[in-house]
Design a protein around this ligand. Structure first.
Ligand SMILES: [Zn+2]
Length: 239
């Protein structure tokens, strides 16, 4: 009953191959893990936010410096105008013009001082935001590192399983006669791990069609390879 043994081994071979394929699928799913991708995207977006905030802070700090220089210039100008006004020989007409200039300068200074205050507030707000983003980036980084570490552990486990299954596959393959393997290999291109179909309650385990009784009987005898007349899979009567 070599065929009996062949079919039994072939069934085992197919089961090993199924397990192997499942692990391969899991491995590729892990490699494309959307969870990790989402975390990576969040981190990238936080890093972009941080760069933008820092750029804005730098720009505003430059502006603040210029605003302060301009303030000092206006203060100096006011002082000069006041000095001019208190000169003993100043005429009424000149005084009026100086007063106008002084008023204008003070108005300008007021406006500028408001701008300085607003800029300082904005910088303060942005610095708070900068700290928040930095904190968030740290959290995201450690989250991502943990998720990646977990994934690596699982991938290593899978790789070990794959190696064992590969060895088992090769070992079982040697038990099967070459003629049977040849038929199986040809059909495998089409049916993959359902090439050897178990007969369940007189139906083909592959296409689920009800099998004629003589086919079931032939398969049960195990004297020759029997295929499903509907789908062409090799039928296996498991006992
Ligand atoms: Zn079938």
């Amino acid at each position: 009953m070599q065929l009996d043994k062949d079919l039994e081994a072939l069934w085992k071979l197919q089961e090993v191959r199924k397990a192997y394929d499942n692990f391969v699928n899991e491995r590729s799913r892990l490699k494309n893990l959307s969870d990790i991708k989402i975390k990576e995207e969040k981190l990238a977006s936080a890093e972009k936010d941080l760069a933008e905030v820092q750029e804005r802070i730098e720009l505003l700090s430059k502006n603040a410096k210029n605003q302060e220089i301009n303030c000092e210039r206006l203060i100096q100008k006011s002082r000069d105008l006041e000095k001019e006004m208190f000169k003993e020989n100043a005429k009424a007409k000149e005084l009026s013009s100086l007063q106008q200039q002084l008023d204008h300068t003070k108005k300008e200074l007021d406006a500028l001082e408001n701008t300085v205050i607003n800029t300082a507030y904005e910088i303060e707000g942005l610095k708070e935001r900068e700290e928040e983003i930095k904190k968030k980036i740290k959290e995201l980084e450690s989250d991502l590192a943990a998720a990646k570490a977990n994934r690596e552990v699982r991938i290593q486990e899978i790789d070990e399983q794959l190696k064992e299954l590969q060895e088992e596959y090769e070992r079982i393959k040697k038990e099967i006669s070459p003629e049977v393997l040849k038929v199986y290999a040809r059909k495998f291109n089409q049916y993959k791990t359902t090439t050897l179909a178990e007969i369940n309650k007189k139906t083909c385990g592959g296409c689920h069609i009800h099998l004629p009784i003589y086919i079931v009987m032939e398969a049960k005898k195990k004297t020759s390879l029997v295929t499903c007349e509907n789908c062409g899979r090799i039928l296996y009567y498991r006992t």
